[in-house]
Design a binder for this molecule. Structure first.
Ligand code: ZN
Ligand code: ZN
Length: 354
């Protein structure tokens, strides 16, 4: 089914029009990624509004929408109201999770249709990926893998976390990344116990763990991976924690298939960590979905009740964080299939000592 048809399927008794304001839903519906704009979807017609900076790209790339330019004489709300009048829209579903209060107030004051929050349904389609979306995600993850194999040849004791972060960003772009899916996390030594720590001027030393969590954008889709490596040597405790996290991740991946809930997968990995005595040191969830955004529902965490289906995606990223000492996280991205999953991350996971 084409994505625009998925949106049209939401039209009926509850709403007779959709107002797409997020970059993600506009991209999803129109097959063209335009940084700014607004689109309206109705059964009588679909229109896409953007300004002079993007109009040429929009006219070339957008499929299934009439593209109109907004400008001083034709502000967004006037163009939306014209469409509301011409297509006879009475109830307009909007994305409440992607509007500021100011933007919402402006729509509520000026638009001549009743506004109905429908963001959950509008964005729910993105959870199950089409083949072309999965292909982009595989390619994005491949770039991330290549960057990892290169960064471990550049990582040396004596560099600071910030220096390593800059090198990592260089490797991500050099290997084909079109953007970063988020600011890479680069932490070392005791800072590795901060799951989302920020790179500092700390000098990387022998005996450190270094955790790098990073990803790129390719064709509008994100990759995400984490590896933890040791520098010089690893103590017995470091090795034991590393092996526990790896075993937990492998158990989670083995439990990943269509028909299970995120909660079930999280529980399998969490059990391994608890059995090893580190249950209090794994605070976050096992995984999150991703696609156009690096964090998307559904999640594989203790609250994840969604039953997963083939074509959904999750990260697999258990971790153990010992405050003041060190932490370990290992993260792959996997695609749910009917009878298992496809791990699209191919970087080695044995403990690398640099
Ligand atoms: Zn990550
Ligand atoms: Zn992640």
């Amino acid at each position: 089914m084409k994505n625009i048809e998925k949106y049209l399927s939401l039209l009926g008794e509850t709403v007779d029009g959709l107002l797409l304001t997020s970059r993600y839903s506009r991209f999803y519906g129109s097959e063209c990624d335009i940084a700014e704009g607004v689109a309206i979807v109705t059964k009588k017609g679909c229109r896409y509004f953007t300004d002079s900076r993007y109009i040429e790209a929009a006219q070339k790339g957008i499929v299934g929408f009439e593209v109109l330019e907004t400008n001083r004489c034709n502000p967004y709300n006037k163009l939306i109201n014209d469409a509301i009048a011409q297509f006879g829209v009475e109830r307009l579903g909007y994305e409440e999770g992607y509007l500021t209060v100011g933007e919402f107030n402006s729509f509520a004051d000026e638009l001549k249709a009743e506004l109905i929050p429908l963001g959950g349904k509008i964005n729910s389609f993105r959870a199950v990926k089409e083949c072309w979306e999965l292909e982009r995600m595989r390619k994005a993850q491949e770039i991330t893998d290549k960057a990892f194999s290169e960064i471990i040849t550049r990582l040396k004791a004596g560099m600071t976390e910030k220096q390593l972060q800059v090198e990592l960003i260089y490797c991500l772009y050099k290997n084909g990344g079109e953007g970063l899916s988020f600011d890479p996390i680069v932490v070392s030594g005791p800072n590795t116990s901060l799951p989302h720590g920020v790179a500092t001027d700390r000098v990387i030393q022998e005996g450190d763990f270094v955790t790098m969590d990073f990803g790129v954008l390719l064709g509008g889709y994100c990759s995400d991976m984490t590896r933890t490596v040791a520098v010089g040597y690893a103590t017995e405790e470091m090795k034991q924690v590393y092996e526990t996290v790896l075993t937990a991740q492998q158990a989670g991946i083995a439990a990943t298939k269509a028909g299970v809930t995120g909660q079930q997968i999280d529980a399998v990995a969490r059990r391994v960590i608890a059995d090893a005595g580190y249950g209090d040191y794994f605070g976050h969830g096992y995984g999150h979905s991703l696609g156009m955004e690096v964090h998307e529902p559904p999640n594989c965490n203790p609250n994840g009740v969604t039953v997963m289906t083939a074509g959904m995606v999750t990260s697999a990223e258990p971790g153990i964080y010992l405050p003041g000492k060190f932490g370990v996280r290992i993260e792959d991205v996997v695609i749910f299939t009917e009878d298992g999953c496809e791990d699209i991350t191919h970087s080695p996971k044995n403990l690398i000592i640099i």
